[in-house]
Design a protein. Structure first.
Length: 320
């Protein structure tokens, strides 16, 4: 595995350095404690690096990932990941740190289609990237990170029950994942050949079914890592919405996550969707951070490759 050489002129100061690698094991040996120190805000890098650790560098595509950590006086202060040549996803950065990262990535020849981060960090990095490249930036989507406070089942609670999705239902599950992806504007192909390479593959899924056994809603849950799990996606077909099914399946998987040992349960929503945000707040989820995805547009002589893939922190939508 490679580890990119440092460029002292872009290291901010001699004691502040970005260290880049494509080896998830090496990255976690240095940055794992930092990520686990705030499992809610670090939910996405925790799940991304765990998948890379268990499935190898090809888990997200043919190009090697880039994992970075910022060290100062022997301590990790920030990290980022970039998957298969896609966009950049950093943890919280000061404006100075964001500018230093922009300079360091440019010195190594990186071009970026987008950045996904907590709003102040995304703003700082996008501004730094614009200063250094001439790129303009525009928001693609604004997401809201929510954590579970006190779980509160909806009242009235719809009749039915939750159950794990079985292997014989895999084609039906993929169809619902395709419909969810279309609803949130995610450009992804989901079929038997591509399933393993999508962000949907490593999750455990639960259906909410009516008393006669008909599935009416679903929720996926990422594996437990760093004491937290993330619910994603939640989906109810359009003709079944407005009946409380999404709230019921969210409560079901939230309870199961807590019973399995999760200390924190989190999910993302589209900040512009009042229906899903109100639903999650009613069942006990509390907003903790705003996340924005900025797409970069480059001058004609410095275009970056287009990248239509959704960021790993995709919204968890629910209606009904």
């Amino acid at each position: 595995m490679r580890s990119d050489l440092q460029h002292p002129q872009h290291a901010q100061h001699s004691q502040h350095q970005w260290h880049l690698t494509d080896d998830a094991g090496d990255f976690l040996a240095h940055a794992g404690d930092f990520l686990r120190s705030d499992p809610v805000l670090h939910t996405t890098p925790l799940s991304v690096t765990e998948k890379l650790r268990t499935q190898g560098p090809g888990a997200y595509g043919p190009k090697a990932p880039v994992l970075g950590r910022l060290e100062s006086d022997g301590e990790v202060r920030a990290t980022f990941h970039r998957l298969s040549g896609g966009g950049l996803s950093p943890t919280a950065l000061t404006p100075e740190q964001a500018d230093g990262l922009a300079a360091h990535l440019l010195s190594l020849g990186h071009t970026l289609p987008h950045v996904t981060a907590e709003e102040s960090t995304a703003n700082a990095f996008a501004e730094a990237w614009q200063r250094r490249t001439g790129a303009t930036y525009a928001p693609r989507v604004r997401l809201r990170l929510n954590r579970l406070g006190t779980l509160t089942p909806p009242d009235p609670f719809p009749e039915g029950r939750g159950r794990l999705v079985g292997e014989p239902e895999h084609e039906h599950l993929m169809q619902w994942c395709r419909e969810f992806a279309a609803d949130v504007g995610e450009d992804v192909t989901i079929d038997a050949d591509t399933w393993a390479g999508t962000r949907f593959a490593e999750k455990h899924y639960t259906y909410w079914e009516t008393p006669d056994g008909t599935p009416v809603s679903m929720a996926g849950v990422n594996p437990l890592v760093g004491g937290q799990v993330r619910i994603d996606p939640v989906y109810t077909p359009a003709h079944l919405r407005g009946r409380g099914y999404a709230g019921a399946v969210t409560v079901e998987v939230s309870r199961a996550a807590l019973a399995a040992g999760a200390k924190e349960v989190v999910l993302y929503t589209n900040a512009a969707n009042p229906t899903s945000n109100a639903l999650y707040q009613r069942v006990g989820y509390v907003p903790v951070a705003e996340v924005v995805v900025y797409d970069f547009s480059y001058p004609a002589d410095g275009a970056a490759p287009a990248d239509g893939a959704a960021p790993e922190a995709a919204g968890t939508e629910a209606a009904g």
